[in-house]
Design a protein around this ligand. Structure first.
Ligand code: G6P
Length: 486
């Protein structure tokens, strides 16, 4: 955290993301606060706390016309204020066009190879432009009088924002971090507004992705589509006399010796029995998965891998239960509503096929859980399964590792996640290969304890050294140095 502050060297930090870190619900005079299910939010929060900057995000939760004015700038975290949260309130039409439409029915499936067809509507595109402008207005207002502001824009909701900010405040140092994959140029060209998106992004001084492969796809796309000079040696692009660097910064989590959230003498076995008791099931071995119920996450493939595992290793029938924590997400979008039903019915089908007595193979906990609740499941599970069909990084993989201060637990990890490039000691699987993924479950449960410990220790070392502060310090450090070079 100290390192991040020193990189900033007195400059003020402004972070922009669509999702806000706390959802405040006012009911009369009482407020309840919840934390949304988003890896991005979890990752960014400790940085703002360390740098007491300003976070600009979309206001959510209850807000009627009278209360909005009072609540558009807050000090958070609510219990222990450390930084400013500036909220931009969107109308229902803006939310529909910009967030549900362009960002999540257009760009999200465009950038993930998960076989859901992107939908591009001209009206959504209009709203995407307008909402990017509204965030630019809010940022410019927040940055008033700042001599050397550093702006970190988050994600695919704001491709147009870097240029908008640079046009209005040329001395701002601007980075955008793209938290999802970038596809190859042919795939990207499906988007009717690809030139505008690329031009907006290239307003930034620094464009970050999780892994080099996404940087390369981005550079190839620019090379094909725009009049710009791509320098493949320095991974940068020159357009209208302005250079943008395009570099990888793998995002991470916080790992401290007590990030399991438990006293050291606590027994992980006790936790397991407690959870089994609460769920009212009979089981000896537990697996866990934690996701938003999103079609990119490979949840159905994962259930089928559990099925295949139980078929091929019948001695685990009656013994192994897979717990899927699935937070509802983006449910206004038809494809998400449909996917939610598919996940439920696949769990029911597999349970009906195998269940006996108090045992069943799959428990689907279909609600949002707090970080604290999720950590209990991480600690209780012999194996954690991350089987995304495509994922920028996937922080569940790293959170599982961070929670295992007992050096136990096996991670099964899809090769199509950014995390698979770093967590080499996971059992790496192809989620499209159902049998292969099922075999990985057997391998995990039968792995001998010295191998489990060795693998987990190496993964913990990796996450500890390359934690979220390291990510922020590298990104901010690079951004500040870039300016000096010019
Ligand atoms: C992904 C995106 C984030 C987003 C999160 C949750 O991780 O990269 O930007 O916040 O999903 O999705 P939601 O649409 O609920 O914000």
């Amino acid at each position: 955290a100290e390192h991040v502050r020193s990189k900033l060297d007195g400059s003020s930090l402004f972070v922009v993301s669509n999702r806000e870190p706390y959802v405040h619900n006012w009911q009369g005079n009482t407020i309840t606060v919840t934390v949304p299910a988003s890896g991005l939010v979890t990752a960014i929060e400790p940085i703002l706390c360390a740098c007491n900057g300003t976070w600009v995000a979309q206001g959510s939760g209850s807000a009627d016309a009278e209360t909005v004015d009072n609540h558009d700038r807050l000090q958070v975290p609510p219990d222990d204020p450390k930084y400013t949260l500036r909220r931009v309130w969107l109308s229902a039409a803006e939310e529909e066009g910009y967030y549900y439409g362009f960002a999540n029915e257009g760009l999200w499936p465009l950038c993930h190879m998960a076989h859901t067809r992107p939908t591009f509507r001209a009206s959504d595109w209009e709203f995407y432009n307008a909402v990017n402008e509204r965030f630019a207005d809010a940022l410019v207002e927040e940055m008033a009088g700042e001599r050397d502001p550093v702006v970190l824009i988050q994600d695919y909701h704001f491709a147009l924002l870097p240029r908008m900010i640079k046009d209005r405040i040329p001395h701002a140092r601007v980075a955008i971090f793209w938290h999802i994959p970038w596809p190859n140029p042919e795939s990207f060209s499906i988007c009717p507004w690809q030139r505008e998106l690329l031009d907006g992004l290239l307003g930034a001084d620094l464009i970050g992705f999780h892994v080099q492969a996404h940087c390369n796809n981005f550079l190839s796309t620019v090379d094909r589509v725009l009049e710009a000079r791509v320098d493949w040696e320095h991974f940068s692009v020159k357009r209208n006399d302005h250079w943008s660097s395009v570099l990888p910064f793998p995002i991470s989590v916080e790992l401290t010796e007590d990030s399991s959230g438990l006293p050291l003498d606590h027994s992980f076995e006790e936790e397991r029995s407690a959870i089994i008791g609460e769920l009212g099931i009979d089981a000896t071995f537990l697996g866990v998965g934690v996701d938003r119920v999103d079609y990119t996450k490979g949840i159905i493939e994962r259930f089928q891998a559990v099925e295949s595992f139980l078929e091929r290793h019948p001695r685990y029938q009656g013994k192994f239960t897979f717990i899927q924590i699935g937070a509802p997400t983006r449910s206004n979008i038809p494809r998400y509503a449909e996917f939610q039903r598919e996940v439920e019915s696949e769990a029911t089908r597999i349970n009906d096929r195998f269940k006996r007595g108090k045992w069943r193979p799959i428990v689907f906990l279909n609600r949002q859980h707090s970080h604290k609740e999720v950590r209990r499941y991480y600690r209780a599970a012999h194996v954690c399964m991350v089987t995304s069909l495509h994922d920028g990084m996937n922080l569940v993989a790293k959170e599982y590792v961070a929670a295992r201060s007992d050096d136990r637990g096996v991670l099964i990890l899809s090769r199509f996640t950014g995390a698979a490039r770093e967590l080499r000691d996971a059992l790496i699987v192809n989620p499209y290969d159902i049998q292969g993924t099922g075999q990985a479950i057997a391998r995990a449960l039968e792995m001998d304890v010295t191998e489990i410990v060795d693998r987990m220790r190496r993964m913990r070392k990796m996450v500890k050294e390359h934690n979220i502060y390291w990510w922020a310090a590298s990104l901010i450090g690079e951004l500040c140095e870039l300016r000096l070079k010019r």
